[in-house]
Ligand binder design. Structure first.
Ligand SMILES: [Zn+2]
Length: 140
């Protein structure tokens, strides 16, 4: 089961796994105790979680110019310009999910050669991504 909470640090909504004890915010690093968190929405379906977060975040679609570019190149640009390592994980996870829907360790490897496994492990640890089926991941 997954849930949507609002981070007490940066006030942004995000998805967490209810079975975890703690969850670290990928944006500001604030750690919350899942048991004590205020749950805004919960569902076993990651897509519903994502839809709820998008609705809460006033999600604005990407600008047209961005859409015309090769999404892989656009993502590489965003990664290069991002200095915060945790934010970079988030950029990679959301970029791959945008392009592929779900992604595997090989896809992460394509973005960060030699570091795919380490990056994916960090994404899981920080609950940036969820394993939707064995070996396949999706950003929250
Ligand atoms: Zn936060």
């Amino acid at each position: 089961m997954f849930a949507v909470v609002v981070c007490p640090g940066c006030r942004k909504p995000r998805g967490i796994k209810l079975s975890s004890q703690k969850s670290t915010c990928p944006r500001c690093g604030r750690v919350i105790e899942v048991r004590k968190a205020l749950i805004h929405f919960q569902s076993p379906d990651v897509r519903e979680i994502k839809a709820f977060i998008n609705a809460m975040s006033d999600f604005s679609p990407p600008v047209k110019e961005e859409e015309c570019r090769d999404p892989w190149i656009a993502m590489q640009d965003r990664i290069k310009s991002e200095r915060d390592p945790e934010e970079r994980l988030f950029v990679i996870a959301s970029g791959l999910s945008e392009i592929l829907g779900t992604f595997t360790v090989e896809d992460v490897e394509r973005v960060v050669p030699g570091k795919g496994e380490a990056y994916l492990r960090l994404m899981v640890d920080h609950v940036i991504v969820l394993e939707t089926s064995p070996g396949r991941y999706q950003v929250l």
